[in-house]
Ligand binder design. Structure first.
Ligand SMILES: NC(=O)c1ccc[n+]([C@@H]2O[C@H](COP(=O)([O-])OP(=O)(O)OC[C@H]3O[C@@H](n4cnc5c(N)ncnc54)[C@H](O)[C@@H]3O)[C@@H](O)[C@H]2O)c1
Ligand SMILES: [Zn+2]
Length: 414
């Protein structure tokens, strides 16, 4: 054994024929999620002082990458806000939708950072847009000079309650969804539900699907809120047009984020494979790909949840009355219960196999227990899945269903 080894915390020489070292270090992660209605209202200080780790002062410069659709709708207010506070912004609109969530988009962001000549110690990049935009910018920032801080301002409901509050970034590669990506939290995310005023209703429903997911596995209270106010806050695009709608929208968003962060914080790098936030995400990736472009992500997730709700009733984990309440809420949120893709031969078996591959050889399938609780199982069989699909078909299509509809929904699309 060689003498004179450097011993620091976590660095030690292994005993053996040849020298060897093991390095251990713990990297602290800290990020902020700050909510404020009307972020671009000139007298709102949230963007200036709301995040202790990213203050903004007169004379500062910022690079803003914005979804080009959002720029057309909110860009003037955004520019006016920063101008009023003496912040010199360079705004780069980006075409951001699922089909262009590719490496080219990352290069476009890197080009913008190069042209801006970013000072990575003091000038976090701002990402303003839906989940596609924030995932792309987050990915580019995490690669740029091995990590450049960034700040997110999500503008879709999925962004507010899901894509904007976790630590994952990424782009698609060939047919692989989010095949390239990193774990890289934004320094801060600023949530503003007033930005949803311009979002198509179908995308509001898309976000409500992820909120319903949190309710079904974690919170009967959140479920009751969706039951009592979901349809109304959806129609109101979470704008809080009355005091009651404002309280409901705030409570639904805040509770959903709180539950999501409670699940994420102890498992930020996803080392534990039993993740209840994967509920609704077992069969949905396969459904989404096979039904393209018919189903949005949240719509596929909700069909997965309807199917596993049926499975839960077959197993005696939910009563039929509870399942009917779940289906009624799904309908009231304008979301689909069924797609004929569920009955394609072999599809559910393939989806289950794929899941087992991604979850280290076991199903680790979160299933609902009543409303608001869950358990993990490893013994779901293809025959059971087919039975659940048959049960759901009956519930979803009912007696008066049209002949073989591709998609059955309350009101998909607007
Ligand atoms: N990183 C994560 O943890 C995470 C979590 C969930 C989803 N995601 C990713 O998020 C993406 C989906 O995000 P999304 O649902 O926000 O879709 P999106 O970003 O494609 O936005 C949906 C559409 O709405 C438009 N838009 C955005 N904000 C608007 C506004 N305020 N008014 C009008 N139009 C607006 C966009 O231009 C786009 O056409 C997927 O790629 C998914 O992989 C990531
Ligand atoms: Zn999802």
């Amino acid at each position: 054994m060689r003498s004179g080894t450097v011993f620091t915390q976590g660095l030690r020489q292994a005993v053996g024929e040849s020298p060897a070292w093991t390095v251990e270090a713990v990297r602290q992660v800290r990020y902020h999620v700050v909510s404020s209605v009307g972020l671009f209202t000139p007298d709102n200080p949230a963007l200036l002082t709301g995040c202790p780790d990213a203050p903004l002062r007169p004379g500062d410069r910022r690079l803003i990458i914005v979804d080009q659709n959002v720029d057309a709708l909110h860009g003037d207010a955004m520019r006016a806000y920063f101008a009023a506070h003496g912040v010199d912004v360079t705004v780069v609109p980006l075409h951001a939708e699922e089909t262009v969530k590719q490496w080219d988009a990352v290069e476009a962001v890197v080009d913008a950072m190069n042209s801006f000549g970013i000072d990575r110690r003091r000038e976090p990049v701002l990402a303003v847009g839906g989940g596609v935009l924030t995932d792309v910018v987050g990915f580019a920032a995490s690669l740029y000079r091995r990590g450049t801080p960034y700040i997110r301002i999500p503008t879709t409901l999925i962004g507010l309650v899901d894509a904007g509050v976790g630590v994952k970034t990424g782009v698609n590669y060939q047919l692989g969804k989010n095949r390239l990506g990193t774990y890289a939290p934004a320094t801060a995310t600023f949530l503003d539900r007033s930005l949803l005023s311009t979002l198509p209703l179908r995308h509001i429903g898309n976000g409500l699907a992820e909120i319903l997911k949190m309710a079904l596995i974690r919170s009967n209270d959140l479920f009751r809120l969706l039951e009592s106010h979901g349809a109304a806050v959806r129609a109101d695009r979470m704008q809080g047009s009355t005091g009651e709608l404002a309280r409901a929208a705030d409570a639904i968003i805040a509770e959903s984020i709180h539950l999501m962060l409670e699940e994420l914080q102890p498992n930020l790098w996803e080392s534990a494979l039993e993740r209840c936030v994967d509920y609704g995400h077992t069969f949905s990736p396969t459904l989404e790909m096979h039904a393209l472009p018919e189903l949005l992500h949240g719509e596929a997730v909700v069909i997965d949840m309807a199917l596993t709700t049926a499975l839960g009733t077959l197993r005696g984990d939910l009563t039929e009355a509870e399942a009917d309440r779940v289906y009624a809420v799904i309908r009231s949120l304008g979301l689909p219960l069924w797609t004929d893709v569920l009955e394609r031969p072999g599809l559910l078996e393939d989806a289950l196999r794929d899941t087992v591959r991604h979850r280290d050889g076991q199903q680790r399938l979160p299933l609902p227990v009543g409303i608001g609780r869950h358990r993990f199982v490893n013994d779901v069989t293809p025959a059971e899945l087919r039975a659940a699909a048959g049960l759901l078909r009956g519930r979803a299509l009912g007696a008066a269903a049209p002949a073989a509809p591709a998609l059955v929904a309350g009101q998909v699309g607007v």
